[in-house]
Design a protein around this ligand. Sequence first.
Ligand code: ATP
Ligand code: MG
Length: 391
Amino acid sequence: MYNVVIARYGEIGVKGKNRYVFENRLIRNIKNNLKEIGKLKVYKDQARIYIDIEDYDYEAVIQEVRKVFGIVSLSPAVKLEPDYDKLKDVCLKLTKEKLEFENVSTFKVESKRADKKFKLKSPEMSQDIGGYLLSNLGDSLKVDIHNPDFVVYAEMREENAICYVDKIEGYGGLPIGTNGKAMILLSGGIDSPVAAWLVAKRGVEIEAIHFHSYPFTSERSKEKVKDLARILSKYCGKFTMHSVNLLPIQKTINQNCPEEEMTILSRRFMMKIAQEVALNRNCNALITGESIGQVASQTLQSLHVTNSAVDIPVFRPCIAMDKTEIVSLAQKIGTFETSIIPEEDCCTVFLPKNPVIRPKIEKILSSESKLNVDELIKDAIDNIEVERIEF
Ligand code: ATP
Ligand code: MG
């Protein structure tokens, strides 16, 4: 019975003159997420976005559109000609369906009279429709103004009438592409996809950089990271991924530096390489999935040493989250199942038995000075592989 999906946006409504830029970007992002389903008509009308669903399954449409950042809530709805009696009839049908398929019994009506010429004012409309529903379904239905199981929304406009009974939450945030671009250091783990998702939610376009130690790490572990990237692209749009072989650098560190400094020195190289690629690609920040105290390389002292390898801002949205919180977000966004597939990671290839937990910056810089840092970085970047990621 539904023929449209309504998508509501929040914060972008307050952007003043730039508002249309945000709205147009949101429409583009919605269309992109629907490309696998079909070419649906997506358009703006009075501070809302409508998607004509035609014969498509509205639940599938909502599932895809829900992943678009900037959308606060969604409703499958019936849009019809501006005929009040027909609107009441649709309200009755949707309410009947709701009673049949869900365990609900109390309701209220919320009406909107956008057509000021219409005979009833909004509260009168609500009363009238409520009475109509009760007179038809009175045994199974009761009004509860303060805490209803569901709300029947009815709207009379000049050009059309609308009815819906469900509001599905979106993720909020801002449309991708409205707030610059950042580079995520994407491992195959649980944390970095979540970190990317959190920053992207604020409208930031992303690119990814992944470090592997091929052939010490497998082709499969690279594929796993690509799978994660593809899941992210449902939220972030298509993006570029850079793959860097860190093995030559790891071997050099291994031969020239104390064993316990292996991880922290590798991490500084990762950051420096990521910074250089980021700047070449117009990214204004790096993103990592680090969280305070999670492992030896994420103590405050280690974070200081890692951070001081670069000048560019580094965003760490998971920094204050517990692992359980990160895991539940990973489950919610759909990356968790892929992240936990066991594959070796470049960091585990030369994992020191006793990594430094409180590295001193002077000591790390002194170890690093034994290496030809610039040349190692240049070689790594010269051999970078680049590909486009899309779902
Ligand atoms: P994750 O679950 O994301 O792998 P982690 O808990 O394993 O994180 P670390 O391995 O210490 O933690 O990595 C911390 C952060 O450094 C990661 O979240 C990621 O941003 C970055 N990182 C680690 N390994 C790689 C890699 N191979 N390629 C790209 N980035 C990496
Ligand atoms: Mg990791």
